[in-house]
Design a protein around this ligand. Structure first.
Ligand code: AMP
Ligand code: ZN
Length: 470
């Protein structure tokens, strides 16, 4: 099946044709390790995870490189604030990042290069740009990339070069479009850097943020590779600058497909550290939410659409996943004889619908709809007593297959909740309804009934609940 991705460079969906048949090489801009990542960041990493899982689903061998930015303006600033050596300071957040991706069932990339382990590669790339006349040393001793020398600078973000101001230089890593100008490749040491510096042909200093991605991607993936991803906020200046550096150094097209995901929003604004409107994964875990519930919410919206984050969505995720869990447990108990033909059409249709949706620019809504249809169809067959063990096994096998992409279905988990009697679930549901209607006398009475039957009910945010055996 053909895979199609919306290529930001061309602003249109394009059929995926890798450089090397059967292989997919992708580079994803990773975390700046100066803090715990928030779930807005994880939206980007989950989109990239769905992308790599989809490529694998269709048989590609994926090589993914995700960098760890462990030296930049922010890591230096905050390590100094805490009085810790940079390496010690960033090690803490690197470790947290790896724990978090495990919680969210994000498949690890093949390579996680850290910027501080690749300074010689960055210096070599800057030297090439100097030799070719694309870079120069300014009076402040920093090395800058001259965008005037790069004819197609601005092609990704579609910058209007007509109105560009000349002679502007920017030494900070992040800046807005109206500050387009020559950007720093190498920053000369200053006092704010403390003991963070490396020797270079141009004196003591440290690399700019953008050069690290060019140097490390080309080291591990070659001078031209298939896919580069990030959040939309990375498009300018970060990715624009990466393209200018890489293509000027090699004279070749650097990346064939650019994919960018939209933001995770809170009340209409981007979730971000600087606005303070963020949840880390840990915040949500502390409130009792599970990794797969958070993942389900982040997976559920198409990556090119903004997603508004709410706790209600998490409560809904819990309910939905519980329905899938109940189906898996039900199917595993079916032992009726038969050849499975009763489920063949359902399984085929669901499989095709899922594959064609996900192949079409990771179109998640119809892909999940295929999973819901499979659930409804399987329950219907089981209700009517038509479903054989073979048929049930085929349905379970297809859910396992879907989960290679979705990563939220726990088809083979052993669940305590499987043992909850229907009568107990009904009482808990009635109690939740009473609470919602603010009939607290009734909800207390139902809680007592549950206690008498040996079950404790615990409320969780967003109106959901959990049952535990006393
Ligand atoms: P940063 O650590 O700020 O460089 O961000 C790491 C990744 O998270 C980048 O790919 C960003 O584009 C992405 N990102 C940051 N905030 C959000 C958000 N609210 N929604 C989606 N992606 C985000
Ligand atoms: Zn990058």
């Amino acid at each position: 099946m053909e895979l199609r991705f919306f290529n930001t460079m061309e602003r249109r969906p394009m059929v995926f044709e890798p450089v090397e048949a059967g292989a997919a090489k992708m580079y994803t801009c990773g975390p700046t390790v100066y803090n715990f990542a928030h779930i807005g960041n994880f939206r980007a990493y989950i989109f990239e995870d769905i992308l790599r899982r989809t490529l694998e689903y269709f048989g590609y061998t994926v090589t993914q490189v995700m960098n760890l930015t462990d030296v930049d303006d922010k890591t230096i600033r905050d390590s100094r604030k805490e009085g810790l050596p940079l390496r010690e300071f960033t090690a803490r957040y690197k470790e947290a990042f790896f724990q978090d991706i495990k919680t969210l069932k994000i498949e690890p990339a093949e390579i996680y290069p850290a910027a501080t382990d690749h300074i010689p590669e960055m210096i070599a790339l800057i030297q090439t740009l100097m030799d070719k006349g694309f870079a120069y040393q300014a009076q402040d001793k920093c090395i800058y990339f001259s965008i005037e020398k790069c004819k197609d600078y601005g092609k990704l973000a579609r910058i209007d070069r007509e109105n560009q101001r000349d002679g502007v230089r920017i030494s900070t890593d992040e800046y807005a479009k109206d500050a387009v100008g020559d950007f720093a490749l190498w920053k000369a040491w200053d006092e704010a850097d403390g003991d963070v510096y490396w020797e270079s042909p141009w004196g003591r200093g440290r690399p700019g943020w953008h050069i690290e991605c060019s140097a490390m991607s080309m080291k591990y993936l070659g001078e031209s590779f298939d896919i580069h991803t990030g959040g939309v906020d990375n498009m300018f200046p970060h990715h624009e600058d990466e393209i200018a550096q890489s293509e000027s150094a090699t004279g070749k097209k650097w990346v064939n497909y650019w994919l960018h995901c939209e933001h995770l929003m809170v009340d209409g604004t981007k979730m971000s550290k600087s606005l303070g409107n963020f949840y880390t994964l840990r915040d949500l875990q502390d409130k009792g939410w599970q990794g797969r519930e958070i993942r389900w919410v982040l997976v559920g919206a198409h990556y090119r659409k903004k997603l508004n984050f709410t706790l209600e969505a998490l409560a809904q995720a819990r309910e939905t996943l519980a329905k899938f869990d109940a189906l898996f447990d039900r199917l595993k108990k079916i032992n009726t004889a038969g050849d499975g033909s009763e489920a063949a059409e359902l399984v085929d249709n669901s499989k095709n619908a899922f594959a064609s949706a996900i192949a079409d620019d990771l179109n998640i809504a119809p892909a999940l709809a295929a999973a819901f249809d499979l659930m409804r169809g399987a329950n219907r067959l089981a209700d009517s007593g038509e479903l054989s063990q073979k048929g049930a096994e085929a349905v379970l096998a297809l859910f396992r297959e879907f989960d290679r992409v979705i990563g939220c279905f726990e088809v083979d988990a052993v669940r305590e909740s499987a043992a909850v009697p229907a009568e107990v679930t009904a009482l808990a549901e009635a109690r939740a309804a009473a609470r919602k209607a603010k009939d607290f006398a009734e909800s207390d009475r139902l809680r007592d009934e549950l206690t008498k039957l040996g079950w404790a009910v615990k409320d969780v945010p967003g109106g959901a609940w959990e049952l535990k055996k006393l």
